[in-house]
Design a protein around this ligand. Structure first.
Ligand code: ATP
Length: 767
């Protein structure tokens, strides 16, 4: 079905396409020049008030975004052409849409995300969608270098592989990697396209084996959603969550290459604004922290800070001794709890209740009629006493003691640092589990702490009474200033305007009242939506995409679902690759507690990354792991068989360095995957042999030496797996870790093992 004819025989086709593509680039240049002009005009304007600044910033942002998209489209602007049965003119498909200057009906170039482009990805001989021929156009710079045609002819369908543009696809898959993921817009496959364009509403779970393009699909879906729901998502933002900072760097170029820059990328450890949580902890501790029951533990820890007294507190107001009793404290607490669900927000109610009680006692003492009659103090006197009580530092200390202002960091630090607090807040955990959680107050934050901190914040809220009072005062001040300005304007007009004509001129005062003018002087927030969203822990996104979603704990799900109350989410992952103890072994098990049955499952079945020779070995590991995932069918085979080399333990690091040096001579990228316990030794030996070796997750400078959990989601042309038995033994789900390590290779795989090879790897060729 697919034909790539020699270029010489293609001269006429090449010339035709070159002519058309050159026209597209001319148009691209015109549109870009016009947009740059508009941007310059905006930048030259001098806005005179915050509202105008805001409007100008929005225009600047719009034009800048457009220029970014136009620049991104430069490379590979047009890559496809559809010839349709019922239309004379071909339809060209590209990275962006371009229309002719006269706004002709059929655009010069159709954006790959537009409905009109879909047949390019999904038409087959059986369902040709009106397409006669699909042409793949390859360009280098602005020059067309090849064309490859598929005739969607039923007679030809017998040998069909089910792949769209097979020859072009295989050429892409065989190309060396760079250490950065690239987009797949030219060769999206039908099963991927269906998911990319799936309805934005609801939760879509995309399950697929290694290399099935889940990450690629997730990112192209982000671009598709931004195109299709631009206005809504421009306001609410889109969040992409990945497993590690290394992974985020690896995928960082994909959306910009599709012209989309306004997306927030974050790993779980970076999801809390202002915090980088990356300390390593025992997987068993992370597992306990990830349990749903921790929500109740955190709630109990917050409640425990709402104190009752174990003995009365003696106060003295202006020489008058007063006693605040245990019963008073209990009354304050129940009043505060009914005032607000959120701890910090209930503080003003606590302060009011304490001051009220103390003032009453004070009044009773001062005004008690010696003859036993009614209190002699009037309303005004009592109000004065209340003010006196409110100014008393000892009363403030009492409020702080009964109901301290808390931060999430304080609550979680104090809880984990105190066996007593842990025992009180987590009675259902075993002693061993509580011991796993216990750590010193000075310990650094881990990824599994982030959902706990966020949970605490949800219960604490903010006592913003001081902030609101300040805002009220500020607004009053602005209103007064605005009124002064308007008064001056009116005043000067009545003095200066001599004639009727002049007095009919409109002035600011006619169009605005003081409130309107004051609003104009409020400070405009000129940050982009992505910047504001990333800095605000309460931001709710219009769509959330989670990659390697199988790794998330129940507590992490709670956090992410809070960020997306509309439940417009795409979750991609593979339950056979779960490495964390808190992660998923089945989607239903992990999602049902949060979503019930309100999610739908899509599957990807073709492995585009790993050659069949390597998958044959990896599949054995998948079966041995018994984690129930489905292996994906490898789309290509290379004829290169993966090998295993047995070495003495003492020679391991040097042998790995030697093997790495051999692989390093080949094209493309190289990773050495090592059990954490051997990481330092192996990295040292490889680094000494191969300058540029990176252990910090940088993937573009040279070979990378990484622990199994750090290679999740990545891929390399050559992969050396070191000590597979160690990888299996070290991991909580060790077979899954080994499976992930083996399936990172796009071309070559070698295994270096001290001692016997684990039986599951018996298929490897000894070296
Ligand atoms: N349609 C396609 N055209 C070209 N390349 C593709 C296509 N689909 C996937 N690929 C390539 O296959 C490789 C694997 O894709 P990706 O990383 O998205 O898979 P994954 O399912 O997320 O894998 P894993 O679960 O192992 O992390 C990438 O290099 C990607 O660019």
């Amino acid at each position: 079905m697919s034909t790539v004819r020699p270029e010489a025989a293609h001269a006429a086709d090449l010339a035709t396409e070159q002519h058309y593509v050159s026209g597209l680039y001319t148009r691209l240049d015109e549109v870009r020049a016009r947009t740059v002009r508009r941007l310059d005009e905006q930048l030259a304007t001098v806005p005179h008030n915050p509202q105008a600044i805001g409007e100008r910033e929005a225009q600047v942002e719009l034009h800048t975004q457009r220029i970014v998209a136009l620049d991104a489209a430069e490379s590979g602007l047009c890559f496809g052409r559809l010839d349709r049965r019922d239309a004379d003119a071909p339809r060209y498909i590209g990275r962006i849409g371009l229309s002719a200057e006269d706004g002709d009906e059929e655009p010069l170039l159709v954006d790959w995300r537009a409905p009109a482009a879909q047949p390019f990805y999904t038409a087959t001989p059986l369902h040709d969608l009106g397409v006669r021929r699909r042409r793949h156009i390859r360009t280098r710079g602005r020059t067309v270098v090849s064309v490859s045609d598929e005739t969607l002819d039923l007679d030809d369908a017998s040998g069909a592989s089910g792949l769209t543009g097979e020859a072009v696809l295989l050429a892409e898959l065989n190309a060396s990697r760079t250490g950065r993921m690239s987009d797949i817009v030219r060769t999206i496959q039908a099963e991927q396209d269906r998911i990319i364009r799936a309805d934005a509403g609801g939760v879509v779970v995309v399950q697929g084996g290694p290399g099935t393009g889940k990450t690629a699909v997730a990112l192209h879906r982000a671009a598709y959603l931004l195109y299709t729901h631009r206005e809504r998502l421009a306001r609410s933002g889109l969040l992409v969550v990945g497993p590690t900072p290394t992974f985020l760097r690896y995928i960082a170029d994909v959306l910009p290459s599709l012209g989309e820059t306004g997306v927030v990328l974050a790993d779980l450890g970076g999801l809390r604004p202002g915090l980088r949580a990356d300390a390593v902890e025992l997987p068993e501790a992370a597992e306990v922290k990830g349990r749903l029951a921790m929500a109740e533990v955190i709630a109990a820890a917050v409640r425990a800070r709402q104190a009752v007294l174990d003995r009365p507190v003696e106060l003295e107001i202006d020489g008058t001794p007063l006693r605040f009793t245990k019963a008073d404290a209990a009354r304050v607490r129940s009043r505060a709890r009914s005032a607000s669900r959120l701890h910090n927000e209930a503080r003003p109610a606590v302060a009011r209740a304490v001051i009220g009680l103390v003032a009453r006692k004070y009044a009773d003492t001062l005004g008690a009629n010696v003859l036993g009659g009614a209190n002699l103090l009037g309303e005004g006197d009592i109000a004065a006493l209340r003010r006196e009580v409110a100014a008393e530092p000892a009363v403030h200390r009492l409020v702080d003691r009964l109901w301290p202002r808390l931060t999430a960091e304080r609550v979680v630090t104090d809880l984990l640092a105190s066996p007593a607090r842990l025992a009180a807040a987590a009675p259902d955990l075993s002693d061993g589990e509580r011991a796993l959680l216990h750590r010193p107050a000075s310990a650094p934050w881990t990824v599994a702490d982030v959902p706990l901190l966020e949970e605490a914040d949800e219960l604490l809220g903010v006592d913003d009474s001081a902030h609101r009072a300040h805002a009220r005062r500020e607004k009053q001040r602005r209103l007064r200033r605005a009124q002064d300005t308007l008064d001056q304007l009116h005043g000067s007009r009545s003095q200066d305007s001599e004639t009727e004509d002049e007095s009919e001129e409109l002035s600011a005062g006619d169009l605005l009242d003081a409130e309107g003018l004051a609003e104009r002087h409020e400070v405009a927030d000129t940050r982009s939506v992505a910047e504001r969203a990333a800095a605000d822990r309460t931001w709710t996104y219009g769509h959330v995409i989670v990659d390697e979603a199988q790794e998330l704990s129940a507590m992490a799900w709670r956090l992410l679902l809070r960020r997306c109350p509309t439940r417009s989410m795409t979750l991609v992952g593979d339950v056979a690759q779960t490495g964390s103890a808190a992660g998923a072994s089945s989607w239903a098990e992990v999602l049902t507690p949060h979503l019930g049955h309100h999610w739908r499952l899509e599957e990807l079945t073709v492995n585009y990354r790993t050659p069949a020779e390597i998958m044959a070995v990896a599949d054995e590991v998948l079966v041995a792991g018994g984690s129930g995932g489905t292996a994906a069918q490898a789309v290509r085979s290379t004829g290169v068989r993966p090998w295993a080399q047995r070495v003495d333990d003492a020679d391991l690091a040097d042998a790995v360095a030697e093997a790495a040096a051999e692989f390093d001579k080949e094209d493309g990228t190289l990773a050495v995957v090592v059990p954490r316990s051997r990481l330092a030794a192996v990295a040292g030996a490889v680094g000494a042999r191969l300058p540029g070796t990176a252990t910090d997750g940088e993937l573009t400078t040279g070979p990378a030496v990484l622990a199994p959990e750090a290679v999740k989601g990545l891929e390399f042309d050559s992969v050396l797996v070191v000590d597979p038995a160690g990888i299996v033994a070290d991991g909580v789900r060790g077979h899954n870790d080994l499976y992930v390590a083996l399936t990172r290779a796009t071309q070559r795989l070698g295994v270096v093992h001290p001692g016997d090879l684990p039986p599951v790897l018996a298929g490897l060729e000894p070296r």
